[in-house]
Ligand binder design. Sequence first.
Ligand SMILES: *Cc1c(COP(=O)(O)O)cnc(C)c1O
Length: 386
Amino acid sequence: MALVNKTNAKPATLAAQALGWVDEQTRAIAPPLHLSSTFLRDEDNLYRSGRNYARGDNPAFDQPEAVLAALENGADALVFASGMAAATSVFQALAPGDHVVAPKVMYWSLRNWIAGFANTWGIGVDFADMSDLDAVGRAMRPDRTKLVWIETPGNPMWNITDIAAVTEIAHTAGARLAADSTVATPVLSRPIEYGADLVMHSATKYLNGHSDIVAGALITRAEDEFWGRIKNNRVQIGGILGSFESWLLLRGMRTLFPRVKTACAAAQKLAEAMVQHPHVREVLYPGLPDFPGHDIAARQMGGGFGGMLSIRVRAGEAAAIATAAKVQIWKRATSLGGVESLIEHRASIEGPDTPCPPDLLRLSVGIEDVDDLISDLSAALDAAHE
Ligand SMILES: *Cc1c(COP(=O)(O)O)cnc(C)c1O
C-alpha cells in the first residue's frame, strides 16, 4: 500500500485525500475494504507479506493510522474499538506502584474507570485542577508519577489546559503527558507540537463525524518502549477496531476540516447569541473573551474554539430539562462531534457524584444552518419558561 505525501501538502489536503493513496492494482481512489481475518503463509513457512492474523495485522488499519499520525504530527498511531479502549490502554501500560495525575473535571466515564482501575491495579491517582499549575505541581510524586492525563477543552465545562505548561511540569517530574484531544481535533490543536507524548481521540466524535461508528485512536510522539507496550496490549487484549469501521473512519476523516470549521463558526455565533438570552445564566465557551482560559485557547487552538459549548439555565435544573424537551431541530442525545446538533442535560447522564452543575445543557454544534440552531434553541428556552 503506497502512501503518498510527496508534495509536503497542508493537513487539510492530507485529510481530504487520505494522504493521496491510490490502490495500485485497480487505480481505485477509495480504498478496498479488507475483511480477511487471516493471511496466506509462504511455502517455506514465512510470512513475507508481514501479516498473519487480523487481530495484529489488519490492513484496514494502515491508512487511517497513517492519516492520524500525519494530522497530529506524530511518529505512529493506533486505532481502537472505542475511545475508551484507546484511553484505558494507556493506563494499562502502567505498572502497579505507578502514580497518575488526571483532571478533576473530565470525560466522566473515563474518570470513573480511572478511579476504580487505580485501586485494583495498585496505581496511585490524584485528580487536580489542570488550570492551576501550582496544584498540578503539588500533585506530582517524584519518581512515582508516570503519567499526567489532560483533556482540553474538557467535558462538560470546556476548561482549557495549557498543554505546554502542564507538559513541562510532567516532564520535569519524569512523567509522560497524554492529551484527550477529542474536542479540539487536529484541525484546531496538535498537542504533540506543545510537547505532549500521546494524543487520544474518541474517533466516534469529530474524526468520524457522522454518528455511525464507535472508534478510538492514539497517536504517539515517539515509538518508545511505552508505545511498544500499548501496541502489544492492543494485539493481546484485542480491543481492535473492525474493518468496516476502519473504512468508515477513513471516509469520515476526509471531510474533517470543513466539518470542524463550520461547527466552530456556528458555535461562536450561537455562544454570542446565548449570552444575550434572558433565560441563560452563563455560557461556557472558550471562544468568549471573558471565559477563563480564553487567552490560552487562543494561543494553542488555531482557527476556532471548537464546536462544543454549554449553557446554564437561569431557572435551574427543571427548566434545563424542559428546554431540552422543547427543541425541534436539535437532537436530544448524548455524544458529540457529528454533523447533526445534539443537546444533552449532562448531569442526568453523569449520575449523583457528578461535578457537572444540574442547570447545565451541553451543546454539540453540527453543520446545519446556524440561524436555525439559534432560533430553535431560543424558542425552546422561551417555551420551557411559559
Ligand atoms: C466520547 C468521549 C470519550 C470516550 O470515547 P468512546 O468512543 O465513547 O469510547 C472520551 N473522551 C471524550 C472527550 C469523549 O467525548
